[in-house]
Design a protein around this ligand. Structure first.
Ligand code: HEC
Length: 467
């Protein structure tokens, strides 16, 4: 139904192909590249903000915005646009703040996007099918095959806010453990998705859990452990990161297509719907971090950039040219004044959030940094790498101008034989957990003693509870 792609992009150059990148890129196929012509920009705004409700499936208000014919046909109330006359077009009028039947119903488009759409109507509302197809929700049909038995990386870990439970995503399942002082106890497991779980976040109340996989987000109740609802409309591809906002209602998710787009979407959890989306990167978003007050979002892009966002407005407040290849991970320090970033370029860097300056080159290794976190205990930065190291950095020093070789105290706290992909640590820094490429969940204490080594795929309760 869509026109041919205008052009195809080569895969992103992967200079240091970490296993993680290949896993994420594994089944990706190339789509259409967005064009810079005006209709393409307008298509992007429509696609991200309007198409989720005005498509063949939903057709809210009788209006279809997936084809130009649909646009011209209008909705239940009649004509939606007058070509060349944005002022007289209901579609444009509905975007102004405070008007009746305001669009989109629960959000306000920024003035720049309203202007873009108005200019587009003024220019005749040209259509660009390739652009609309490029990143339209569910743009490519994908038949999900069963996850091969040998494919068992642990790609997501999340500790509950009180640190008492650990949720682990492996293959298409989520497994819950209770965090004891010196060991993990199996609690429950559930088939979460049809395909591998990519991301997990706890809601602030510690009762609900959100998981993300291919074009699907599931909200879980953890006691008892059961699926509460799912969100599968309006998603583009894999949900590579999830973060819960402190309001206890909304979750930010990272969506998008490899080598093409990274989109941040805001999900209203009680309502089970996407309430806002904005294009954030030109490639996969590998990680997201939120400041303590939930107002500042940091995104790590496959396009080598780190961006800081005003969450309320959905606008970018800083763009850091952070790494020479994909940025794989990031985390704020406890007071959110600094940010640590880890890349496929094998660098670990610290940034001042206010000045946006790179204050510390924390480490340079022969392997990619797949996950980092900044713990209040110490304080310390923890990182895991593609060669299976768990590292801890303390006594962090900043440098300006002249490089200092003495930037922090590095300890190799743990070592696995295979790549480590994800990381979690209790607030006290007493317990540190990592997930491996071969399905192992590893747990250490603060002295680097290995306390847990659990095969997540086969983990079971030690003794089943009597009926
Ligand atoms: C969350 C769902 C949702 C989103 C997102 C959304 N709409 Fe709507 N839209 C509706 C509903 C529902 C109606 C029916 C009228 C009403 O209730 O206001 C509607 C009606 C309309 C109408 C009037 C159609 C008619 O003739 O009755 C226009 C024009 C419109 N929307 C444009 C837009 C545009 C432009 C966007 C994106 C900027 C957008 N909508 C995003 C749900 C949505």
């Amino acid at each position: 139904m869509y026109g041919n792609p205008l052009m195809t992009l080569p895969m992103n150059p992967v200079h240091f192909p970490s296993a993680l990148l290949w896993l994420l890129a594994g089944t990706a196929c190339l789509g259409a590249a967005p064009d810079n012509r005006e209709p393409a920009m307008a298509m992007k705004v429509l696609r991200l903000n309007c198409v989720p409700c005005h498509n063949e499936e939903k057709r809210k208000g009788g209006l279809l915005l997936t084809t130009r014919a649909g646009l011209l046909e209008g909705g239940d109330e009649g004509v939606a646009i007058l070509e060349g006359k944005p002022e007289e077009s209901r579609l444009i009028q509905s975007l102004a703040a405070g008007v009746e039947s305001h669009m989109p119903p629960k959000k306000q488009l920024p003035a720049s996007q309203i202007k873009l759409l108005a200019d587009w109507v003024r220019a005749g509302a040209l259509w660009d099918e390739a652009a609309l197809a490029g990143m339209a929700p569910a743009p490519r049909a994908v038949a999900l095959a069963p996850v091969p038995a040998a494919y068992r990386p642990v790609m997501a870990l999340a500790l509950s806010p009180d640190g008492s439970r650990l949720a682990v995503g492996c293959r298409n399942e989520v497994v819950l453990f209770e965090v004891g002082p010196d060991s993990l106890k199996f609690l429950d497991r559930a088939r979460a998705h049809l395909d591998p779980v990519q991301s997990i976040a706890w809601m602030p109340d510690g009762k609900q859990l959100v998981t993300g996989a291919f074009r699907r987000v599931v909200v879980w109740n953890t006691a008892p452990f059961r699926q509460e609802r799912e969100i599968s409309t309006g998603l583009t591809d894999r949900i590579t990161a999830l973060r819960a906002l402190p309001d206890g209602r909304q979750v930010l998710l990272a969506d998008g297509q490899v080598a093409e787009s990274g989109i941040v979407r805001v999900v209203d959890v009680p309502g089970g719907e996407i309430v806002r989306s904005w294009p954030a990167h030109d490639d996969t978003i590998f990680a997201m971090a939120l400041s303590g007050d939930g107002k500042l979002l940091a995104t790590a892009g496959g396009d080598k950039l780190v961006k800081l966002w005003d969450v309320g407005a959905g606008t970018v407040s800083a763009k850091l040219e952070a790494h020479s290849t994909q940025v794989l991970s990031l985390g704020f320090n406890p007071d959110s004044s600094q940010l640590v970033t880890g890349g496929a370029d094998r660098q670990l860097k610290v940034w001042d959030v206010k000045t946006r300056e790179n204050t510390t080159a924390l480490a340079s290794k022969t392997t990619a940094f797949n996950a980092v976190l900044w713990s209040a205990a110490g304080p310390a930065v923890f990182a895991v790498t593609d060669d299976g190291s768990l590292l801890r950095y303390t006594d962090l020093k900043t440098h300006t101008g002249a490089q200092s070789s003495d930037t922090g105290n590095e300890q190799v706290l743990g070592k696995a034989e295979v790549a480590l992909y994800c990381l979690a640590a209790t607030d006290s820094g007493e317990r540190i957990f990592a997930g491996s490429s071969d399905g192992q969940l590893l747990g250490w204490n603060k002295d680097g003693k290995l306390l847990d080594k659990i095969d997540v795929v086969t983990a079971q309760p030690v003794a089943p509870a009597p009926p």
